[in-house]
Design a protein around this ligand. Structure first.
Ligand code: SF4
Length: 239
């Protein structure tokens, strides 16, 4: 399969099937913790990187070949090999997938395009959005997520606040904590202030465990994660 991966069983999403809306590493960031390797190029244009009809054909074939798993799916996740909102037809794809399955639809995004009202509108028919926020200061954001030129953390935060205002589904904000970069107490306190403005349904604290784009990237200490979870309050969980 070219666009489908899984299904995988996880504590977070139950049984989920992933759909990739881009070719390998089509992304406007180059996160140090990326499991897809280092970006050779950063992509900022929204376009049809992958033909939606091809994804739909593959999805229909998968359902036909796997009727039992298809009936048990909890989620279809839009994520995969790059940033899904860079595909200009994401909204259309959500609508078409809805007609083919009763599973919930989740969009996993790096949040960079949420400043665009059109992008927010296109993903508004999902059930769950899992956006990332790894920093609240531009210098830390640049160190961890290495964005394409012109992407600012302030615009990302504004986009997340607007998403919460408009979106009727659930928002699970994901924060990736990395040893020695964004895992200090003052940074978590700043993050907490911003997260209160965003008001997600859940805050998911994550830390890199698999191989990463850069060498020497280490997960935040387990005790620290527990402490940060307590600071961030009852919506926070370690995933
Ligand atoms: S946003 Fe995701 S795909 Fe893009 S560089 Fe970061 S981890 Fe990799």
């Amino acid at each position: 399969m070219k666009y489908i991966y899984g299904p995988v069983k996880s504590r977070r999403l139950g049984l989920s099937l992933g759909l990739s809306l881009t070719p390998h590493k089509v992304c406007n960031l180059d996160c140090v913790y990326c499991q897809l390797g280092k970006s050779k190029q950063k992509f900022t244009e929204r376009t049809e990187y992958v033909k939606i009809e091809e994804i739909l054909e593959e999805f229909k074939a998968w359902i036909e070949q796997n009727p039992q798993s298809a009936s048990e799916l909890d989620f279809i996740t839009f994520s995969g090999l790059g940033e899904p909102t860079l595909n200009i037809n994401i909204g259309y794809l959500i609508g078409q997938i809805r007609k083919l399955t009763n599973a919930h639809i989740a969009v996993i995004t790096n949040s960079t395009l949420l400043k665009d009202p059109q992008v927010r509108l296109e993903i508004s028919t999902a059930d769950l959005i899992v956006p990332s926020l790894d920093a609240v200061r531009q210098d830390v954001f640049e160190k961890i997520d290495r964005p394409a030129a012109g992407i600012t953390i302030m615009e990302i935060i504004d986009g997340l606040v607007a998403l919460r205002r408009e979106f009727r589904g659930k928002i699970w904000l994901e924060v990736m904590l990395i040893d020695g970069i964004n895992d200090t107490l003052p940074q978590i306190k700043e993050l907490k202030e911003v997260i209160e403005k965003i008001n997600p349904d859940k805050i998911q604290l994550n830390s890199p465990v698999r191989s990463t784009a850069e060498n020497g990237i280490k997960p935040a200490d387990k005790d620290k994660l527990e402490k940060f979870k307590d600071i961030l309050g009852e919506k926070a969980q370690i995933v």
